[in-house]
Design a protein around this ligand. Structure first.
Ligand code: PMP
Length: 291
């Protein structure tokens, strides 16, 4: 956990088209994005000065904004460049890059037709999402009490702030019970994903992963599927029932922040960190660094 709060990290950040001092990265408390979750965001990682899949992430930010009916007042190229500006101005080679857009304070009600959309891109030093030692030994997942909503109940394919409310509650409960993260099922009861990462299972040498029809089809997920297929590993995307997890031989989660993180426990079912997981962890580690 960071000892310095994020508002005190210091340096510069990209805010509405300009590089400004860290302290200038402020918004008024009466901002629509804060009260009504009209905010979309991206999470990216830079390795050796290159932001991994930066174009895909930039495109996804625009897509998320479009789903929420928000107009981003910058071009795709401007935000692509803003990612590198925010990284380079901090002098970072390896960092987390957060691009986000939110509705401003012109209106403070459900309707926000007259609000302007603000955009910022901020880079910071992140390191491993989970404690590095615990991560290699595998982390523990608790079943979450909340379910991923149906596409008829929420804009589930946007990376939108409002969708994370149930994730934070679930993750807090998991942490309070001694787990590292929560595993959510979807509204039908199928295994879905963790609070900020997608999940893979290994069974008889093949990868099994839920179909992302009501949650984010993560860019890391897509990358790991490609890496596995290139390796000759069979990948099965299908609906997975919670009862099935007891029959899986290995489990790992994937995401920009989590990268490839082995799982050693789901609820009361225990796993070893296996060969397929270790192999994909190394492949991903090398791939993002262009090795
Ligand atoms: N699901 C959720 C809910 C997430 O927040 C993330 C992280 N963005 C992911 C999956 C993984 O997505 P990605 O691999 O694109 O980072």
């Amino acid at each position: 956990m960071a000892t310095v709060p994020f508002d005190k990290l210091g340096g510069k950040l990209w805010y509405n088209g300009e590089l400004v001092d860290w302290d200038a990265g402020r918004l008024h408390i009466l901002s629509h994005g804060l009260h009504y979750a009209s905010c979309v965001f991206e999470g990216e990682r830079a390795y050796g000065g290159q932001i991994f899949k930066h174009q895909e992430h930039t495109d996804r930010l625009f897509k998320s904004a479009e789903i929420l009916g928000m107009d981003i007042p910058y071009s795709n190229k401007e935000l692509y460049d803003a990612g590198y500006d925010s990284l380079n101005v901090q002098g970072f080679k390896d960092a987390y890059v957060r691009a986000f857009a939110w509705r401003g304070s012109e209106m403070m009600a459900i309707s926000a037709q007259q609000t302007t959309t603000h955009v910022a891109v901020v880079s910071w030093d992140m390191g491993s999402y989970f404690d590095p030692e615990a991560r290699m030994a595998g982390i523990k997942l608790q079943w979450a009490k909340y379910k991923r909503p149906s596409p008829e109940c929420a804009p589930v394919h946007a990376k939108a702030a409002g969708l994370y409310m149930i994730c934070t509650v679930s993750k807090h409960e998991a942490e309070a019970a001694g787990y590292n993260d929560a595993l959510m099922v979807d509204w039908r009861g199928y295994v879905a994903e963790c609070t900020g990462a997608n999940i893979f299972f290994v069974k008889d040498g093949a990868l099994h992963t839920p179909i992302p029809d009501c949650f984010l089809d993560g860019i890391t997920r897509q990358t790991v599927i490609e890496l596995a297929k290139d390796r000759g590993i069979e990948v099965v995307e299908r609906h997975i029932m919670p009862e099935e997890v007891a029959d899986m031989q290995e489990v790992f989660i994937v995401g920009t922040a989590a990268e490839v993180t082995p799982i050693n426990q789901i609820g009361d079912v225990h796993y070893q960190v296996g060969e397929v997981t270790r192999d994909l962890l190394t492949l991903y580690h090398n791939h993002v660094r262009g090795e």
